[in-house]
Design a protein around this ligand. Structure first.
Ligand code: SF4
Length: 341
């Protein structure tokens, strides 16, 4: 049922084949679930979530690295969402480590200014958060402060997903807040329909409608359904700061193998604040929980409800995988909003 939403009605009218579109954004998934957007769409139009939750895609090896830093006596500062994400042997919460929950890197720096102990900020996030962290390192924070860089870049993951072809994608709904920073140019190389969308229900529906229109036209282009915030050049100042402090590196994503140039490591010039260099920490490869299918959920080839543990063994109180921990994780969102499929 399209209800009375005119955009949803238009989507129904134009959808004349099976279509699967992927978004790569936890905020999009939360908005889609909260507003019941899937229930407004035709049955033959599927919206799947890709690797758009920064906490979910942080692999065990990086949680283990944070635990190793805690064992070395460091205070670990990070976002609350990361506390219960499982590493190989427990989480930051269960480890009894000295962990401070902070809302951002600036709070972690404030903690460092009040103690002689080493403070490590576990820094996760995509192109949206990395410039703020970079700006903080440019201020040359205290010597007892450093970051464990777990940042990721979205386009290399899209390259990987398209190369696999396993999700049979007809297009991407791109995250408005990421493209506010990056601009559009980096995404023009992808050989599939793409539309950048905002986060209000009509923004998302408009983005989906524009994807359907591209498919019907046989077009492959990048359209902007969020022109009030996203511009061609993005935010050049934020990008300049990001590239001054970080450089791309090859990293594993949870559910993915090592993806070339998909991570951000601290440049040598700022190595005094690079926890990996400062404490000789290496990220080790991941071993996943046998029954958790977060890897498939993050690649858009399974839904949370396909998992046998969903809502039974694995709940927000007893999370087995990271997708049930983070408020941007598909499993937690589907559990919270009682999404069925
Ligand atoms: Fe993993 Fe839990 Fe999601 Fe299943 S429901 S995929 S175990 S996080």
């Amino acid at each position: 049922m399209a209800g009375k939403n005119p955009i949803a009605e238009k989507i129904h009218e134009l959808t004349d084949r099976n279509l699967t579109f992927m978004h790569v954004c936890g905020t999009h998934e939360a908005a889609i679930a909260r507003h019941g957007i899937r229930s407004l769409l035709p049955e033959n139009l599927k919206i799947v979530m890709g690797p758009g939750c920064p906490v979910c895609i942080t692999p065990q090896g990086e949680i283990d690295a944070a635990l190793e830093l805690a064992e070395k006596g460091c205070i670990i500062a990070t976002y609350g969402d990361l506390l219960r994400v499982p590493g190989s042997n427990g989480s930051l919460e269960s480890s009894g480590a000295d962990v401070k929950v902070v809302q951002g890197v600036h709070k972690a720096v404030e903690i460092a200014k009040t103690t002689d102990k080493e403070v490590v900020f576990v820094s996760v996030g995509f192109e949206t958060t990395a410039p703020t962290v970079a700006a903080t390192l440019l201020t040359r924070p205290p010597e007892n402060f450093s970051i464990l860089s777990c940042h990721r870049l979205i386009p290399p993951a899209m390259d990987w997903l398209l190369a696999q072809g396993e999700a049979s994608l007809n297009g991407f709904l791109l995250p408005g807040h990421v493209l506010v920073v990056t601009g559009l140019s980096e995404y023009r190389r992808f050989p599939v329909p793409q539309v950048v969308a905002g986060f209000e229900p009509d923004d998302i529906l408009l983005g989906i409608l524009m994807l359907v229109e591209q498919v019907r036209e046989g077009a492959v282009r990048l359209d902007n359904a969020y022109p009030r915030a996203v511009f061609e050049e993005g935010n050049p100042k934020a990008l300049e700061i990001l590239h001054k402090v970080f450089e791309p590196c090859d990293v594993e994503w949870r559910g993915f193998p090592i993806i070339p140039k998909s991570g951000l490591k601290v440049r040598e010039e700022f190595s005094a604040w690079d926890a990996q260099k400062k404490f000789g920490i290496e990220f080790k490869p991941t071993k996943k929980h046998a029954a958790c299918i977060c890897d498939k959920v993050l690649r858009g080839i399974a839904s949370p409800t396909d998992c046998k543990l969903f809502g039974k063994v694995c709940t927000p109180r007893t999370p087995v995988g990271p997708c049930m921990v983070s408020h941007e994780g598909a499993c937690k969102i589907w559990h919270h909003y009682h999404v069925k499929n």
